[in-house]
Design a protein around this ligand. Structure first.
Ligand SMILES: Cc1cc2nc3c(=O)[nH]c(=O)nc-3n(C[C@H](O)[C@H](O)[C@H](O)COP(=O)(O)OP(=O)(O)OC[C@H]3O[C@@H](n4cnc5c(N)ncnc54)[C@H](O)[C@@H]3O)c2cc1C
Length: 546
């Protein structure tokens, strides 16, 4: 990997060859729900893109990295200037960005990372760590802080893989994308089991830096739970935790590094727990009478016999949207068959469960899940609908590009709370999004699913679609985001279960960890990054605001 990756759409999500279409029925239903959309074709071309001119890099940095590790083309600067949230894509489609890195720097190894940070600290160059650039919270936004110059430090060249088959651990380089890591692990017969929806393009370092959660987190664990040991290269020095299964040696430094979002330093590699690759994978769908009934089933599983590896419950609206958007031969078709079979139920909530492992373990755990599903009044829809969800689980972001091209605002956000408060959170956040969209004259379709369940609670993941207000997308999005975030905070939920804090959630950190908590984070940053060059404006709110 000598150059920055350029294999995905620079203006959207993923493989340029994948471009799903909506069938006529889906289009009609969408229009009915959100009003007439006026198409907004992408204005931008790479050649015509408006970007601020780059500042020159310090000669010491050029000398240390070498010209072969520094990239300043328009394309590379644009590709490293935004994440992949709705508002990022809206800006990219418009063909104009107010900020971009002055250069993209690809260090060859951890020693080169150390050297780059040392020079940037001396020269006052802001550094934005870049993994796959899939942040949806402004995590890689090129904010300069007090510094005049800014580089994007792309870790794509850090790609080591060392598997310890006896301990079932693997040391993985930060720059490996999800599929690259899984392919290397598969050669040794093991898997990490971390499959976020951004799996195709997000990296190991990014997963660790954001405390990411994959779709199979109930079985395999969130990424932070998979990390056994981690290393951090900070401008002021290095931290490394021991590769032992557990330690009682004081507060866990590992926890301070995991989730640090690049504000303390660079995570060059992570040691993770892996598992034997599953022999059997069984996905199936059920239909629960209501969202509450589905949530109760998940709670009883989480607090009783244990969860399947994947479990998610869509609310009524998300179930309808899944039917609407997946076309007659996909989930919709399979569900339709299921509905006919049920006859007596016309409405309900989709429940997907996935079980992976040895045949005997899958059979035993499935029997326990089925018992709770039936006790909770759910009806079996079959494996076809479950497999359809599994096969389509990375397609959502591609559909977002299609919908944006049609003139829609499409965004997601997530939170979590205890079982006792989950119903209130679902109602409050859903209402906040709906009201904000309606108040702006763009009533929307607001749906949600429950996933990432625990004995004490679960995560809620909202998706909303409405008509975009052309030319005012950022303001429209900001108003909805603020309304939803305030509803989350007022209900006592977390501002993020797995998307991380970045720029967008930093204003809510005081509600999350308190003023003293923020001061602790600031003290750690002062120790590790005294010049304040690491990822300014992310995770820790500016002093003036708290
Ligand atoms: C369509 C879509 C679906 C998504 N689905 C999920 C999901 O299911 N689950 C989930 O958890 N998230 C999801 N995300 C969010 C995102 O993919 C995750 O936050 C992911 O972990 C980011 O990884 P990345 O390599 O792209 O990191 P980047 O976006 O490049 O960076 C994220 C943050 O981490 C910092 N960083 C990156 N690498 C390093 C490093 N090596 N050292 C120090 N700091 C670093 C960056 O500076 C930034 O602050 C989704 C995003 C999109 C666009």
């Amino acid at each position: 990997m000598d150059e920055p990756r350029r294999d995905s759409k620079w203006w959207g999500w993923g493989d340029p060859a994948i471009s799903p279409k909506l069938d006529a029925e889906a289009l009609a239903t969408l229009r009915e729900r959100v009003g007439e959309l006026s198409p907004s074709p992408r204005a931008a071309t790479l050649e015509g893109f408006e970007l601020p001119s780059p500042e020159p890099l310090p000669p010491a940095l050029i000398e240390a990295v070498g010209a072969a590790g520094i990239f300043t083309s328009r394309e590379d600067r644009i590709r490293h200037a935004t994440g992949r949230g709705y508002v990022d894509l809206a800006r990219l489609r418009s063909g104009r960005l107010d900020a971009a890195p002055d250069a993209v720097v690809l260090p060859a190894d951890a020693e080169a990372v150390r050297r780059v940070l040392e020079i940037c600290a001396v020269e006052g160059v802001a550094v934005v760590p870049f993994g796959g650039g899939t942040s949806v919270v402004g995590g890689i936004e090129p904010l300069r802080g007090a510094h005049g110059r800014l580089i994007s430090l792309d870790l794509a060249r850090l790609r080591g893989v060392e598997v310890d088959g006896r301990s079932l651990t693997a040391r993985l380089g930060a720059g490996l994308r999800g599929p690259e890591a899984e392919a290397a692990l598969a050669e040794r017969g093991v898997t990490l089991g971390h499959f976020p929806q951004s799996f195709e393009y997000a990296t190991i370092g990014g997963f660790a830096a954001t405390r990411s959660a994959g779709q199979a987190s109930s079985g395999y664990g969130r990424f932070d739970a998979l990390v056994s040991s981690v290393r951090l290269i900070a401008p002021a020095g290095e931290l490394r935790t021991l590769e032992t299964p557990h330690t009682a040696a004081g507060p866990a430094l590992r926890e301070l590094i995991v989730g640090s979002e690049g504000v303390f330093g660079i995570i060059p590699e992570v040691t993770v727990r892996v598992r034997p690759a599953p022999r059997v994978r069984r996905y199936e769908a059920w239909i629960a009478a209501s969202f509450e009934a589905g949530a109760e089933i998940v709670r009883s599983l989480a607090q009783g016999p244990g969860l399947p590896d994947v479990i998610r419950v869509s609310d009524e609206e998300e179930t309808r949207v899944a039917l609407m958007l997946s076309g007659p031969r996909g989930l919709a078709g399979a569900l339709f068959g299921g509905y006919l079979g049920l006859r007596r139920r016309r409405d309900g909530c989709l429940v997907v469960i996935g079980l992976e492992g040895e045949e005997e373990s899958v059979a035993r755990r499935r029997a326990l899940s089925v018992r709770e599903l039936r006790r909770g009044g759910a009806a079996y829809l079959g494996q076809a609908a479950g497999r359809s969800w599994e096969h389509g689980r990375f397609q959502g972001p591609y559909l977002r590009d299609t919908l944006m091209g049609m003139g829609a605002l499409v965004e997601t956000l997530e939170t979590a709370h205890t079982w006792a408060k989950l119903g209130d959170l679902h109602a409050a956040v859903g209402a906040a999004i709906r009201d904000s969209l309606a108040a702006q004259g763009t009533p929307g379709l607001v749906s949600c699913h429950l996933s990432h369940a625990y004995p004490d609670g679960a995560s809620l993941y909202f998706t909303f679609i409405s008509r975009a207000r052309h030319g005012e997308e950022a303001g429209q999005w900001r108003a909805v985001k603020r309304a939803a975030s305030e509803a989350i905070v007022a209900t006592g939920g977390t501002i993020t279960h797995h998307h991380a804090v970045g720029r967008d959630h930093a204003p809510y950190m005081a509600a999350e960890v308190g003023r003293e908590g923020i001061e602790v984070l600031r003290a750690v940053k002062r120790q590790l990054d005294p010049a304040g060059i690491m990822n300014p404006g992310k995770l820790i709110p500016p002093e003036s605001t708290t």
